[in-house]
Design a protein around this ligand. Structure first.
Ligand code: XIL
Length: 347
C-alpha cells in the first residue's frame, strides 16, 4: 500500500521536524546557548581535550549549552609546538572538529604568552633575529592551520604586569616592546577574517592595570595595528570581584576605541566549605557580569573557564577553593546556571 495512514503522517512530520530543527525542541530552547543567541551574545566555555574525547556527558552538555568554545590548553605554545621542528595538532584538531560539527564558534587561545612555553624555546639562547623568525613561523603555522575556523584569537595573553608596566617575558626582553605590533600583524596575515584580541586578567574594572591595558590597545589601534578586541578574563572569587559599574565603564571606553570585548575566562571560586549561601552569592556575581555584557553593545561573548566543577583548574591552582563553575560535578545545574538562564530569558 502506498498511502500513509494519518497517524503515520503525524509521526513522520514529528520525526522530520525534530531532525530538521533540533533547536526547536524544548530541551534545547531552554539551553543557555539559544537563550544567549536570542540576546545577541555568544555564551561559551573553555574545553579540555581529554574529557571531550572520553566523557560523553561532557561532550553532550557542551554542545547543548554553549555556542562557543575555547581550547583550555591545546593551542598554547608548549602543547601545540613541542619541538622546534614539530607541531602536535591532535588535541586542537579534535576540539576544532567538535566545534565545527556542532556549529560552535571558536576562540583561539593563545599565540603569545609567557606560560606553558616549551623548554626548547626558553632554554636556548636564541638571537633576536632567530626568535623573531621562530615566533613568526609559529603564529603563521598555528593561526594559518585554523584559518577561517577561529572567530577570535587571543593573540597576546597577559603582557602587562600587575603594576601596569609591560611584563618581563622572553618576548619583551629579547624582541623589545615592538613585538606586540608585530605579532598582531602576523596573526592578521595568517587569518585575515579572525578578530584579534588582547587578553588579560585583573583589568576588568577600573584601576591601574585596566588603565595600562587601555593605553596599550589605544596605542596599537592608533598605529594601525590590526587589533579588534580586548578579552577580560574574570577569574574572581566571592571576596574579590570587580564592581560591575566599573566593568561597564571599562567596556564602554574600549567601545569608544572601536574595540569589541569578550568576557573570556570567567569563574567564581568559592573557599571550602561550599554552602547554599555561597552558591547564591556566586550566582549573583555571574548574573551581574552577564548583565553588564548584555547592556554593553560591544560585549559580544561571555565565556567561562570550563562549565562543570568536575573539570576545573581552580582546586589545583587555588588550594582550598573549588565549586567555581555553573554546573556541579555531575553536570547538574547550580544556582549560577539558573541565574544566567533567568537573566538571558529576560526576567
Ligand atoms: C590554565 C589552564 O586552565 C590549566 O589547565 C593550565 O595548567 C594552566 O593554564 N589564564 C589563562 C589561561 O589565560 O590560559 C589559564 O589556563 C588560566 C589563567
Amino acid at each position: 500500500m502506498n498511502t500513509l495512514s494519518p497517524l503515520c503522517c503525524i509521526l513522520l512530520a514529528l520525526l522530520i521536524s525534530s531532525t530538521l530543527a533540533p533547536s526547536q525542541s524544548p530541551a534545547v530552547d531552554l539551553a543557555l546557548r539559544s537563550l544567549a543567541r536570542a540576546r545577541g551574545i555568544n555564551i561559551g566555555a573553555a574545553v579540555a581535550a581529554r574529557p571531550l574525547l572520553n566523557d560523553s556527558l561532557y561532550a553532550q552538555t557542551l554542545a547543548r549549552e554553549f555556542g562557543m568554545l575555547t581550547p583550555e590548553n591545546a593551542m598554547k605554545f608548549g602543547p601545540i609546538h613541542p619541538a622546534r621542528d614539530r607541531y602536535d595538532f591532535r588535541d586542537a584538531d579534535a576540539i576544532v572538529e567538535f566545534a565545527v560539527a556542532n556549529g560552535m564558534r571558536i576562540r583561539g587561545h593563545t599565540l603569545v604568552w609567557h606560560n606553558q612555553q616549551p623548554r626548547w624555546l626558553t632554554e636556548e639562547d636564541f638571537s633576536r633575529d632567530e626568535l623573531l623568525a621562530i615566533l613568526r613561523e609559529h603564529i603563521t603555522t598555528v593561526a594559518g592551520r585554523y584559518r577561517g575556523k577561529v572567530t577570535a584569537w587571543d593573540v597576546v595573553n597577559e603582557a602587562i604586569g600587575d603594576n601596569g608596566s609591560l611584563r618581563d617575558t622572553i618576548w619583551l626582553r629579547r624582541l623589545g616592546p615592538e613585538y606586540l605590533d608585530l605579532v598582531f600583524r602576523w596573526a592578521h596575515e595568517a587569518d585575515p577574517e579572525a578578530q584579534l584580541f588582547y587578553n588579560d586578567y585583573g583589568g576588568e574594572g577600573l584601576g591601574r592595570k585596566s588603565d595600562a591595558i587601555y593605553t596599550m590597545v589605544r596605542g596599537l589601534s592608533s598605529r594601525g595595528v590590526p587589533i579588534h578586541g580586548v578579552g577580560l578574563q574574570m577569574h574572581v572569587s566571592l571576596d574579590s570581584f570587580p564592581n560591575p559599574q566599573d566593568v561597564a565603564a571599562n567596556i564602554s571606553r574600549l567601545a569608544a576605541l572601536g574595540l569589541h570585548v569578550h568576557i573570556t575566562e570567567m569563574d567564581v571560586r568559592i573557599r571550602q566549605p561550599i554552602t547554599e549561601e555561597k552558591l547564591a552569592a556566586q550566582a549573583r556575581i555571574y548574573q551581574e557580569i552577564v548583565r553588564v555584557c548584555l547592556s554593553s553593545p560591544n560585549c559580544t561573548a561571555f565565556v567561562m573557564w570550563g562549565f562543570t566543577d568536575r573539570y576545573s583548574w581552580v582546586p589545583s591552582f587555588f588550594p582550598g577553593f573549588g565549586g567555581a563553575l555553573i554546573l556541579d560535578e555531575s553536570y547538574g545545574p547550580k544556582p549560577a546556571y539558573s541565574a544566567l538562564a533567568e537573566l538571558l530569558r529576560g526576567r
